[in-house]
Structure formats: C-alpha cells, structure tokens
Design a protein around this ligand. Sequence first.
Ligand code: UD1
Length: 339
Amino acid sequence: MRILLTGGAGYIGSHTLLQLLQQQHELCVIDNFSNAAPEALSRVARLSNRHFEHHDATILDSGRLDEIFDSFQPEAVIHFAGLKAVGESDLKPLSYYEENVFGTIQLLKAMDRAKCRRIVFSSSATVYGTPHYLPYNEAHPLAPINPYGRTKYFIEEILKDWAKTDAEKAVMLLRYFNPVGAHPSGAIGEDPMGVPNNLMPFIAQVAIGRRPVLNVFGNDYDTPDGTGVRDYIHVDDLARGHAAALDYITHHTGVEAVNLGAGKGVSVLEMVKAFEQASGVSIPLHFAPRRPGDLPQFWADATKAKTLFNWEVEKSLVEMCADVWRWQSQNPHGYGDET
Ligand code: UD1
C-alpha cells in the first residue's frame, strides 16, 4: 500500500515507519520537526535499507498537503502529527486546538480532495478521564480532563462524522496507553526536547547522568505501593498495532475505537526496579508531591484489539527497559549526538 504518515519522524511515528517499510509498503512522511529530528528518518532509512519520501511541512498548510497528496496518491493515512504535552496544553490551549483539531480538519479536507478514504488516528487513553471502572474498555465514558485530552476527543468525534459522509470511509481510532521502549538496535528511540515530562525518558536520563534524581510524584495514592500505576506498552508492539489496524481498515469500512495497551498496571516503583535490573544502574529517588492532574491508576482492557485484528503485546517490562537503556547509552544526547 501507499501510506502517508503525518508526524512520521516522531517517537511513535518513526518506529511505525520502520515497521511498515519492513512490510514492503510504500511510505511518505510529512513532519515539521517541531518535536522530532530529521536524523530519526536517516536512521530509519539505514535500518530498513529502503527509500521513502519525506517532506518538511505542516499539516496546517493545505496547499502543501494538496501537492503531496497529488504526487504520492496515498491509499491510507496514519495521523500522528500533533502537540502532546499536557501541562503546556493548559497554558496554550489555542495552539493545541489549532495544531491538533484544525490540523486534522485540513488533513481530512486534503484526503477528500484526493479521494483517500482510510485513516488511522493516534488517539490516547487520556480521552477516558477519571475512571468509572478499571480496566478501561472502549465503551468507557469519554471525559478528558485537560485541553490536550480534549483535542484527542474532539478529533475522534470529527472523524466519526467524517466517516458518515461516504460508505467507503474507514477510520481507526487507536487509544494508546503509555508507550515506552525503543527499537532493539538502539538506533531510534524517544528523544524529548528539554526536561522530559514522562516517566521512562526521565529515568533513562537519570541513569545516563543527565539528571541527578528521579522525582516520584506521589507515594500516597490508593495503589499497592502508593505510587502511580500505568499500562506501559513497548513502542514496537504499538507499531505492530498500527500495521494490524491498517490491515483491518483495508477490509472494513466505518469507525472503530481500539485500546492499545498491555492490559496490566505497573507502578512507578516497579518500573524503577525493572529499569535498574535491565541496566545495572541504580536510580536515586526523591519522593515529591503528587503532580497536578495525574490520575492514581489506569490500565487497558486490551481484548478488543485481539478480537478485531489479532493483536496483543509481546514484549515484557524488562525488554522495554533494556531497549530504552540501549538507546540511551548509545545516544546519551538523543539524536543531538549526530545532528
Ligand atoms: C502522560 C500524560 C498523558 C499522555 C501520556 C503520553 C500527564 C498528566 N499525562 O501520561 O495525557 O497521553 O503522558 O505518554 O502528563 N512520574 C513520576 N516522575 C516523573 C514523571 C512521571 O513519578 O518524573 C509518574 C506519574 O506521576 C505517573 C507515572 O509516572 O504516575 C507515569 O507518568 P507519565 O509518563 O508522565 O505518563 P502519564 O501521566 O500516564
């Protein structure tokens, strides 16, 4: 298939790109490198030994989108592009609505003009909001608690309406849990700009000596060890999930929302222990107050993905940690080492 990836140079995008190239699809990437490095694409090209098109462009630019759609003629789009920092979304909600919601509208209009009817969308478990029950299944009410989460929710609703305009349209809303890990080669991985917001890149930067100590945000939650519990999923499992979802929407029309998670909860302290085991490095901890807006715990009911397109996670917590450590130790400054 000819597949267009928006945000294909980012963390999840680059791993999915590699996966799809290895499956012999034809790929085209659009990325404006606002939170990604061109070096990631060079490394994917090297790892896959395959050529793919890429454009330094924003999805807000409908003229550029038309040019790219006209020349590449994609049969499907995987839409990763978007802003994703929860805290920043409270400070700059309009930027989030513009980039994420308006950007998606521009993309869908370009798809309509090019008669491209299939899309896989990077949604998030954050659309569920405060749990009414756990694990979250796809029928759980949607009530996101911050502007970032609301952009994901609004885009899901827009995509549902878009799908109704043509019986041949096919939409897959993939609700990611907490993606971590890196490609086992150590050549590509997560390279956040500035101070990492998320747990795993922070642990990795403490381990490599870029940060002195991990702040554990809250140890008084109603969880087995008092620290926050999340459903961590290896980014390569997530990438395989996209390939499986894409295959599904080439044979089915309409809209489906599907959780991509491991289906089990892991606490901050369990994650730190697994990372110490995998790396042999000890991680200094400081118990800090709860981070505003954090939920105590959540994890996925991941059975729908298994039923619908026979996908489930394969990689363990130790593999996630070992792969992050390989990436971090081979690239102490991320892609900055070579660019
Ligand atoms: C965060 C976002 C979520 C987004 C997801 C993407 C927030 C509030 N939520 O989720 O919307 O979809 O990233 O991956 O930012 N922790 C620490 N110390 C740290 C960092 C994190 O103790 O330095 C704890 C957190 O309190 C939490 C767990 O680690 O219990 C996971 O945090 P994080 O990796 O930021 O993910 P989420 O909060 O689940």
